[in-house]
Design a protein around this ligand. Structure first.
Ligand SMILES: [Fe+2]
Ligand SMILES: [Fe+2]
Length: 291
């Protein structure tokens, strides 16, 4: 590990907060698979993280004092969850700034992400206000759905050697694998908060299922737009230059395609994030990264 790691578990949760400090100065222009398409696809994902993860933190913070969440164990998990997500925001922000040096305007994409989140949640909250839904509910439900999305990407990253092989830079490899480990460690926290707040009835199910459909649609549009913008910066927004990435991501056994069954698992009425056991996978990876 060439980043400074400072592991602390002040909250006493089931997982720690690792304070990272990656150096992105040496990252090559095309750090993923030596390919513009793959690199820009991953950078477009990274552009979503600083504002996206800040939204997760804010949504959870907004409800954490609710008496329904008074269980001290859950409070400890919430604290560690907030700590981990804040760290992810910080490190992806640092990477995104380093991409700026190559002429990629990721800063604008971060601002656009903030706008999409703000407008999306505001519109839904306004539409559903007459039916007794609050902004707080909309935000937490969105976070609950998106946390499943990040946990699924993460477990695919931890399992798919083909994807792990695309990182031709050690720092980028460590950034993504560290993030993936932690997304798996805290994958159940927001779901448990959500269940404690809204229960497991039909209404709670309908809310989270709808949120998942909306969130996936918005992410797909936004992330594809960012990827296209980055390709355009390099004058590579052509089928010829995008072909490898499209096949790698959306082909029959593509990185994204392979995640579909696990993503859909969220629509099972009695779904819980811990239904898919990633304990051994996590243990192996923590050892590998020296955590
Ligand atoms: Fe995260
Ligand atoms: Fe997360």
């Amino acid at each position: 590990m060439n980043a400074k790691v400072n592991i602390s578990n002040r909250a006493g949760a089931s997982f720690p907060v690792r304070r990272m400090d990656f150096e992105f100065g040496e990252v090559a222009r095309y750090w993923a698979g030596d390919d513009a398409g793959l690199t820009h696809f991953m950078t477009a994902l990274s552009a979503l993280f600083p504002e996206g993860e800040q939204f997760f933190v804010d949504s959870t913070r907004a409800v954490r004092k609710n008496p329904k969440l008074s269980d001290p164990d859950l409070q400890r998990e919430i604290s560690a969850f907030i700590g981990q997500e804040a760290m992810h925001s910080k490190e992806h922000l640092a990477f995104n700034s380093s991409a700026q040096a190559y002429g990629y305007d990721v800063r604008t994409m971060e601002n656009q992400t903030a706008k999409v989140i703000k407008t999306g949640t505001k519109v839904v909250a306004q539409l559903l206000k007459p039916f007794g839904f609050s902004k707080e509910m909309i935000d937490l439900t969105g976070t609950c759905a998106l946390e499943h999305f990040t946990a699924v990407i993460a477990s695919e990253l931890l399992q798919n050697k083909h994807v792990q092989a695309i990182f031709n830079n050690k720092t980028m490899y460590q950034l993504w694998m560290w993030h993936a480990i932690e997304e798996n460690e805290h994958k159940a926290v927001v779901f448990d908060v959500y269940t404690a707040m809204y229960g497991r009835g039909l209404k709670a199910y309908g809310m989270r299922a709808t949120a998942m459909i909306l969130a996936m649609t918005l992410i797909f549009i936004t992330q594809s737009y960012f990827t296209a913008q980055l390709m355009k910066t390099d004058r590579k927004l052509t089928l010829k230059d995008s072909k490898y990435m499209l096949k790698f991501m959306y082909g029959r056994k593509g990185f994204i395609t392979r995640q579909i069954p696990e993503l859909l698992d969220f629509f099972r009425p009695n779904f819980h994030p811990n239904d898919s056991n990633t304990d051994q996978l996590l243990a192996d990876w923590k050892l590998k990264l020296g955590f």
